[in-house]
Every structure is written in structure tokens, then in C-alpha cells.
Ligand binder design. Sequence first.
Ligand SMILES: [Zn+2]
Length: 400
Amino acid sequence: MKKCIAALSVALTLVGCGSSSDDNSANTSTGSDGNSGTSTELAGKMATVALQDTGTNSDCSANSQTFETTDLVVAYDIDATRSNVEELKNAARLSQVALDELISKTGLDKSAAELDITANNKWTVCFDDNKTGNGSGGVRQLDFSPKNFSDSGYILAKHELFHVFQSALLNNKAAFLHLPRWFQEGSAEYFSGRNVDSVSATTLTRFIDDANITPLSILTWNHEQSVNATYDVYQKSLEYFISRGLTTAQILQLTRDSYRDGQDANVMPAFHTAMASLNFSSPLPVSYNNLRDNVADYRQHIIIDWLTTDEYSASFTSVSSSINIGKLIFRNLSTNNEFSGSVNTNQTAYVYNKGILADGNYNVYAINTTDTAAYGPIQQSVTNGELGAIDFSGQPELVE
Ligand SMILES: [Zn+2]
């Protein structure tokens, strides 16, 4: 089971972020995105999507009302309550805008050799109206349950659609058979546009210290569950390679090259061969194999050399000696934007990435290490980018 805290912009509530079945690549999207300011633009694009009512013929569920966009057939998922058909229409519009953006971002086209979408052979979107924030994407089809039709719902739509892109690049095979879990989910997160600027060196350090492996060695969903890895850690690891010059074209080619008929899905030799032979404009300090297999190399090159120089740190005091805090959420009181930082294992200091907090007033929430309780908020100001010492002693637990 994946655990997470989603600090939603409407209210800071504790949300158990779901898991899905492990037999079809088990895609789960979680958490809050730090993005804002795009919802008006998104609404404008959605308003231009033409919908055609095409009766009740879809692969999603029996007798579901169905709408078609230029490239998609959209109907209710088998779990949907079907309570409001306007939501189904919005899901169709959101999905088409997401598809258009991914096409533009990746440079892939709809030809048979690439995405293979025609007017008579569209992709299928199954919409679940239970607002769970989860979904999955596979061969020519996705299902998703967005919490809204703006920021987080849009990111979820792009994440699941990117899994469909991956399958298209893998000869219409399920991505989990050919792509390592970290790369499958990390690249879906990356192309969804999720912002991981606030994922800090401390977050990655905590992961490798607890799991005693690197995120790059996580190949399967089962392995992910056993070490509690999060998509943030995957995406940040992918962004390390991007910082060395890995291009979008290379990410797509890497996906294609990861296909090998009949390969062992627990080992995925084709991906490792392709990754090890990539040329980076800023060459890796040690080989990809070393970064993947050697915790000390990952720590030195990715965490210390790449990430640590950019952290702000100050002292931290926990709620009490028996409560361990893992994460802090900072909510800017004038913009409502949220950012996160991490607390060290000793509970003596916290960090966030320099430059993420604009000067102003913030509510600060403390989340425990098991993602099961939040404390605060306490109010504090950022001056010259610095939040200063944080003292949570005696703060009450936040209840919904
Ligand atoms: Zn996914």
C-alpha cells in the first residue's frame, strides 16, 4: 500500500492515497501539485473541444452514455455512479486537451508508426466519477477518476495518457513488462507537468537510508510496495538525468528501445542496455549501472553533488519526543500555493530547496513520518527567502 498525504488547496485534509491492482501496471497518482494559475487557460481550451454524442457503445461499461472527441471515445468506467452527465462531458474535454498537450510536448504524431489514432480507431477513456484521484493507463485505453477538472485532474489525465503513449511506443504492450517501475512512473509524472522542485536532498536521503537501495533499482510494482517508494523520488531521479542533458527525444527512444519480445519482466535487460549506451551532453560522473546499483554513488553524485547545494536549513523542534515528523507543508497565505520541506531523522533540523518560498506569511503544517497525522498550523514569515527556526512543541493534531 502506498501512503501519502495530499495537502489539498481547499482544505488540508489527510487523504489515504490509493493503490490500485498490481496486474495491469498499477498506476496511482497522488498528492497535490504546486501548480496554479493555469486553470483559466485550461478552461478556455476545454471550451473549444467539440463533443459528439455517440450513444451507448463503448468498451468501458455496459450501456454507458458515450461522447467522442477528435481522438477519444469517452464513457463511464464500470465503477462510476453516473450521477451527472456534465462531468462525463468535462472528462472528455479534459482528456482531449491533455492529449493535445502531450502530443505537442513529445512531438509524436497520430500516424500508424507512432500513436496510431484515426477517426475510426480512437483511444478509449473510461471516466470514474468517484473523485478518487487514481487511474491507470495501458494499451490504447485509460481509466481515471479525477478529483476536479482543473489542476490536479489535468495532471492525472496527462499522467495516465502518458502510460498509453508508453504502450504505443512499446508495440502496444503493457509498459510494466518492459519499463522499470521508476522510469515508467517517473517519466509519466514528468510529462504530466508535476512540479517536484520542493523534493529535497533530505527526501532522497531518507529513501536510500531506509530502503538501502537506489530508486533506480526499483523495477516492479511489488518491489516498490516493499520499500515504500514514491513517485516524487522517481521523478526527481529522472530529472537528474535530464539535468545531465537527457532530452525528450532520448526519453522516447529509450522507451522504444526497452521493448524486447519475451524478455523477463523482473529483469528488463533491454532498458538497461539502452540506458547504459545513452550519450549525455553533460556526461555522467560514473556509469548508469553504478548510479543504479551503488547506494554510495547515488548519494554522492545525485544527492550531494546535484541537490544538496541548493538547500536552506534551520533548526526544528517536534511536537513531542514521541512524535517523529517527516515533512513540513508551507502554505503561502496570500497565494494559497503550497510547498514542502523535510525534517531530518534526528528531528533537529528541517530543509527546503532554496528559492521555492517567496517572502511573505505562511501557515506551516507538520506531517508525521508515517503520513498518518498532521499538526499545526503555526504561522511564520519568510524574509529574504528564509523561514527561520520552527518550533512545533505542544502543537495539536489537525483533525478534519
Ligand atoms: Zn502511473
